[in-house]
Design a protein around this ligand. Structure first.
Ligand SMILES: *Cc1c(COP(=O)(O)O)cnc(C)c1O
Length: 355
């Protein structure tokens, strides 16, 4: 039988291995790991590999993904990473814990939790400078004061998220700030904050260099588990696999052609006026893969090939010295953006491989 193209090949044993190395490494200092499944659309088989590798929770930004995993029979504590007011009822039904920053939203969660006879657990996200989600530290006390009165809400912890929007590093200063806030809030309200979630895959270097980890006892890891890299510099974390995912596409044209387009210039399919380098006549190949499938700039060919460009459904490459014919397969490594796109594309078949 002919293999499906394009396809993404997923080595589950490598994902399980990465999860295991990371849970053991961080576990040595009492840090638990939430496996983040959003980049793989909450794929239940991948979530199971993370759980087998030792992660304690599964976290996702989309309720649909959490429902997908629950329906498939994945049993874990599920954390929703991004909470919207309009989804409050579904959040209390499908998530065990949610990350929150707005009193209005938490109030709605409390109402629906009461109706559904549940106690919904929340982790409050604190703004530490990356300027995505977070309660400003100066307002945290007031927020907790208000939420404490909500009958069906339990505040179980604090968290922060860095290195996502503003490109701000989760360093010692930021982690100490979060630890101190945890101590202050516990003292002020006589509560126990059992989860202090210091961040994401960007926290690896902090962990390796920190003299003490303070109150931090949890990390939420997607990219580190899936692609084996920390995310402040995209450096490989020692001992982890970086190619658990490989994207394979089909050659649909292979010809010697000029490298400079000819005729009167106009816009390309995405509204840009492109420019080109003249490299004479060369061997060009076209793959049946395009911008509709993935982030082309996040692909790294495994062979000596050069990506020249792409449109929605075609990718054009200089084949250098590779002798590629129509029907041949070309494989790529993926970065986070390419993984996100490829896993979301309905045109790319997800194939689990044995090693
Ligand atoms: C996506 C996300 C993560 C995981 O980020 P990685 O860089 O993939 O580890 C963690 N926390 C929150 C709030 C997120 O949205």
């Amino acid at each position: 039988m002919k293999a499906f193209l394009p396809r993404i090949e997923i080595a589950l044993s490598q994902i399980r291995h990465n999860a295991q190395v990371l849970t053991e490494l961080y576990g040595r200092q009492g840090i638990s790991v939430m496996g983040v499944s959003k980049a793989v659309l909450g794929d239940p088989v991948i979530a199971l590999a993370m759980l087998e590798g030792g992660v304690k929770f599964i976290a996702d930004s989309r309720l649909e993904n959490i429902q997908r995993m629950r329906t498939a029979g994945v049993t874990a504590q599920f954390i929703l990473l991004r909470t919207a007011l309009s989804q409050a009822e579904s959040v209390v039904i499908h998530a065990d814990i949610s990350l929150n920053t707005e009193v209005e939203t938490i109030s709605a969660l409390s109402c629906f939790a009461t109706i559904h006879r549940k106690l919904h657990q929340v982790i409050l996200m604190v703004e530490l400078g990356d300027l995505r989600e977070g309660i400003l530290p100066c307002n945290l006390s007031q927020v907790i004061q208000t939420i404490r009165a909500f009958p069906a809400i339990k505040i179980i912890g604090l968290g922060c998220n860095l290195a996502c929007y503003g490109g701000i590093s989760p360093d010692n200063t930021k982690m100490n700030e979060l630890s101190e806030l945890a101590d202050e809030m516990e003292a002020e309200f006589q509560i126990n904050l059992k989860i202090i979630s210091g961040g994401n895959s960007a926290n690896h270097k902090w962990y390796e260099s920190a003299q003490g980890i303070g109150r931090i006892n949890n990390l939420r890891l997607g990219e580190a588990i899936l692609l084996g890299r920390e995310t402040t510099n995209r450096e490989v974390i020692p001992g982890l696999y970086t190619s658990a995912f490989r994207l394979i596409a089909e050659v649909i044209e292979s010809k010697d052609k000029p490298s400079l387009p000819y005729g009167a210039a106009c816009q390309d399919s995405f509204g840009n006026i492109p420019s080109f380098q003249d490299r004479g006549i060369h061997r060009r190949i076209i793959l049946a893969l395009g911008k509709q499938d993935t982030l082309i700039s996040g692909l790294q060919p495994e062979q000596d090939l050069e990506i020249l460009g792409s449109s929605s459904d075609h990718m054009i490459l200089d084949s250098h010295n590779c002798d590629l014919k129509v029907g041949n397969e070309v494989s790529f490594n993926l970065d986070y953006g390419a993984l996100l796109g490829a896993m979301t594309s309905p045109f790319i078949k997800k194939c689990f491989v044995k090693d």
